[in-house]
Design a protein around this ligand. Structure first.
Ligand code: SIN
Length: 279
């Protein structure tokens, strides 16, 4: 498999032909390229929802999808859709996050397939959390390794957030009280497949840090956000119709830019069940 690196830090593009026709050996190689490079771009695909689900299931069974009503075409697919008439105010995924990190077993991989793309804008950014970990001093590593992070969907999907989501006419996002639940995960995790260490942090869902006193909490949250999204650790993808991007949620976080008001953007997303993050 020809692997073209996209930055000096992470990300790769591969040419695998038609992803629907990968034999078991080629698929295993693709999966290991995703774990190794964390974000992988595969161009020129044309998957209907059933074909995307079939590919996604080769990575593993689907993970649970809370709050977002799935596509009527398939219960394992969500349509990430903003209509041209939806205006500029809000877009799905428009804050740095790792998919559903508030779950006890957050997704391992996400597959996102571009169906309709604005003439400009609507790029997605990823940040490598292994790179963010690597660039820490020994002292900082020791400090962060002692901390447990509290993840919650409270500020994304609790009832007070409903008006925001209701602005997206093409997505049915239903906020409810389960968004107030919390889940704790180590701040420093070991990837179950590569054995690499990474920071498991994102500003959208991490709301508290156990083992940090109240005086320091906000400044450490702000520092973690600034450090983990430092431009040195990021990759930006300009979408074309037919792109399939597969990423590893265990070692990245991502952000969907909202700079295409007046244009339609549709991508189909599947998430693969993961395991409980471990230190
Ligand atoms: C997401 O956060 O899963 C959506 C990303 C995007 O629309 O670019």
């Amino acid at each position: 498999m020809e692997v073209q690196r996209l930055t000096g830090v992470f990300g790769a593009e591969v040419d695998v032909g038609d992803v629907r026709r990968l034999d078991d050996g080629a698929f295993a190689e693709l999966r290991s390229v995703v774990c190794e490079h964390e974000v992988v771009v595969v161009r020129g695909q044309s998957l209907d929802v059933t074909e995307q689900v079939a590919l996604s299931r080769r990575f593993g069974p689907a993970g649970p999808v809370p709050f977002i009503e799935p596509s009527p075409d398939h219960p394992e697919v969500i349509k990430v859709l903003k209509e041209a008439s939806d205006g500029a105010a809000f877009n799905f995924g428009g804050a740095w996050h790792s998919d559903f990190s508030f779950q006890s077993e957050p997704p391992s991989f996400t597959l996102l397939h571009a169906i309709d793309i604005p003439p400009y804008g609507g790029d997605t950014l990823w940040a490598s959390m292994t790179a963010a970990w690597k660039h820490l001093s020994d002292d900082r590593r020791a400090e962060l390794s002692a901390i447990t992070a509290v993840h919650t969907a409270r500020d994304a999907y609790s009832r007070k957030m409903q008006p925001l989501h209701s602005g997206l006419s093409g997505m049915n996002i239903v906020c409810d009280d389960t968004a107030n639940d919390t889940e704790v995960h180590p701040l420093v995790v070991t990837h179950p497949e590569t054995g690499r260490q990474a920071l498991f942090f994102n500003r959208a869902y991490v709301r508290d840090l156990l083992g940090v006193d109240a005086v320091r909490l906000q400044s450490l949250l702000d520092w973690l956000h600034a450090h983990t999204t430092d431009a040195r650790f990021t990759l930006r993808h300009r979408w074309s119709v037919g792109d399939l991007v597969i990423w590893d949620n265990r070692s990245t976080q991502h952000y969907a830019l909202n700079d295409y008001a007046g244009f339609r953007r549709e991508l189909h997303r599947t998430t693969v069940a993961g395991t409980r993050p471990t230190a």
